[in-house]
Structure formats: structure tokens, C-alpha cells
Design a protein around this ligand. Sequence first.
Ligand SMILES: NC(=O)c1ccc[n+]([C@@H]2O[C@H](COP(=O)([O-])OP(=O)(O)OC[C@H]3O[C@@H](n4cnc5c(N)ncnc54)[C@H](O)[C@@H]3O)[C@@H](O)[C@H]2O)c1
Length: 386
Amino acid sequence: MSKIIGVIGAGTMGSGIAQVAAQCGHSVYLMDANVEQLERAKNGVSTSLEKLVEKGKITVEQKSSIESNIHYVGQLEGLSTCQLIIEAIVEKMEVKHSVFFSLEKIVSDDCILASNTSSLSIASLGSSLTKADRVIGIHFFNPATIMPLVEIIPAVQTSEATINEAVSLIQSWGKTVVLCKDTPGFIVNRVARPFYGEALRIYEEGLADFATIDWAMTHFGGFKMGPFALMDYIGNDVNYAVTESVFSAFYFDSRFKPSFTQKRLKEAGFFGRKSGRGFYDYSSGALSPEPTLNNDLGLKIFHRILLMLINEAIDAVFMQVASKEDIDLAMTKGVNYPKGLLAWADEIGLENILNQLQVLFDEYGEDRYRPNPLLRQMVKRKQTFF
Ligand SMILES: NC(=O)c1ccc[n+]([C@@H]2O[C@H](COP(=O)([O-])OP(=O)(O)OC[C@H]3O[C@@H](n4cnc5c(N)ncnc54)[C@H](O)[C@@H]3O)[C@@H](O)[C@H]2O)c1
């Protein structure tokens, strides 16, 4: 059924979310405080739809009908008739609080107020509302038009009715929905941390260079991109900020410790692809460094990073962040992992994983390598995840 959807913030995420909703036949009000940004968003949506026409996925008529579904507005007042509003503005709690506070005076009592935040607490966002049972996290992945995963995050204040409505609406947009607890990094940005963090640690210990670690993960692990190529793609400024935010939100748990190597790149302005240099050099004519094609070394690197990822996925089950099914779905649909980490753990054997983690823990004596208590319990009981 067609609804009236509001999106606040016409940047990277907001314009994509607006396009997804408009393609599903909803009437969308896309609001941004910056008029030029609204113009850019309008052009961006048009270009993106044009590509769909070229590929034969939609007709020219459908393109113009989708475009006419989106109304570009410069004031929050333009969202007064919306039934669901997704906020996708700057990642600053005080700015989001102020927008939510103003919004509640404009919309009807039953309008759901959602945030696309990657890292902020939904409970805290809800604290700026009088009727807080309508607050919820609806976290899309970039680019929102293409990535199938959406994490839905109820806060302690959120009502069952709000959860049910948000889940069925986002599913009706063709998205794969996973439910998760209002905890730092939700599922994907929490469970994926070791992909970057352990790769950086391996580099810092001098075990291998970037190209070799990337080769190990793509060649032996089947990951689409290695950690360093991916960090350069995401942007070292953005990726470092997420790591730092998850680290501090977890009360400085050493599992999430950020790396000086990445911090220095960020400080130097070596953000990755977008700045022309990151872990790799993207200037024209630059040669790609060759990996050291040593199978023993490659397997050692791949196993160590995979063990850490699996331990993190197990912790998310242990801490009831989400169901085991949703955790595996999130990592395959949100960040394109070749397999769900828990299914992968079953395949390798939980006892095998526990033994390998224990070797790392004994060798380093650091808390970051501690095997998860759930893993120990499951090995004792000879259980598997699936
Ligand atoms: N970029 C990503 O990969 C990604 C992925 C998932 C979630 N997110 C989250 O989505 C949100 C938006 O991120 P983005 O990358 O699209 O940002 P962006 O910088 O591309 O866009 C933000 C937009 O919000 C507008 N804006 C800022 N303050 C405003 C206000 N008070 N009222 C109205 N408009 C305002 C800006 O003009 C800008 O156009 C953030 O919370 C971010 O954490 C981002």
C-alpha cells in the first residue's frame, strides 16, 4: 500500500533511501537544509534511474513516474503529512536530537520516526521525543539502492506496533531485514571490526605487507576485497571513525582497539581512493605492489582474521544482539562475505576454532584473543550453530 514517506538529509544515504521508496510507489518528501544539496540529489536520482532505463530494468515512463513521486523540500514543515520519516543527516547526536525535537511538533502522533544512524544510540535519539514508542533505527547500507540489507533496531522505548510496521514496510521494499539490539555498531559494524583491526595488527607486527594480507583474504577466504583495499574504498577517515566510535562505546574493550597505522594515514589526509592515496597509491601510472605468494603465510593470515571474525559473531549471539540466522544474513547481505560466519564456524568445527583461538590467546596473553564463553560452552556440549 502506498504511503507518505519522509527522508531528512539528501546526501549519499538519504537520496538513495528516497529513491528506493519512490521506486516502490510511495510518495516521498526529501528534505535537506541545503538547497544545493537538494538539486544534487535530484540530479543523482535522475542519473541513477537513467542507468536502469539503459539496462532495460524500467521504462522511460516508469522513470518519470518515480521522479514525480519525490518532492524536494527545504523545511521540516514539508514533512507534516508523512507516515514514516527516516532521518539521514550528519552523524552528530546533538543535531539529530534537535531535528527529532522539532519534527515531533510537526508530524501526526502515529508517524514513525526512524534514524539511519550507523553508530548512535536509538534510545538516546528517542529521548528527545514526547511519544518515544515511535522511535526506531532503520539502517541501510551504502549504496541504499543496491545493498539488500537493512538492520532494524528497536530502542527500549519502541513499541511492538512500530517494530512490526517498520519491518513489514522495509520488507515490502524488497530489502532483507535483520532485527538487532540497540548496541554499538549493531550487527555488521560490530562483527566486521576484526576484518580491519586484525589485518592492521598483522601488518603492524611485521608479519606481512598490505598486498600479501589482501591476497590472503581474497585468495584463501574468497572475500571480494582484501581489508586494505576495502579500507581505502570506504575511506580511512570514515573507517577509522567507526572503529574509534565502536571502541569507545564498548568501554575500550581491547578487541576493538583502533590502529596507529590507520590513524596516521587519516591524519595525513591519505583517505584512500577518494584522496588518491591510502594504503595503496591510486595516482595514474602507480604500480600495484605484488603480494608475497607464500601459501603457508597466506593461510596463517587468513585463518587468524577469520578466527577473530568468528569469535566476534559468536559474541553477538552470546550477547543476544541478534539471532544466529540474522547475524549470518547480515554479513553475507550487508558486506558480501562469502559465507555466514557461524555457518563457516560449523564447517571448520567449533573445537578446532577454540583450539586455534586458545593458541593465539596463550601466545599473546591479550584479552582481545580470548575465546568467547559461548564457544567454550558449545564445544563442551558438542553443539553446532545450525
Ligand atoms: N555514508 C554511508 O556509507 C552510511 C551508511 C549507513 C548509514 N549512514 C548514516 O547515514 C547518515 C547520513 O550519512 P550520509 O553519508 O548520507 O551523509 P551526507 O553528508 O552525505 O548527507 C547528510 C545530509 O544531511 C544534510 N543535513 C545536515 N544537517 C541537517 C539538518 N539539520 N537538517 C536537514 N538536513 C541536514 C546535509 O546538508 C547533507 O546533505 C548518518 O547518520 C550516517 O552515519 C551512512
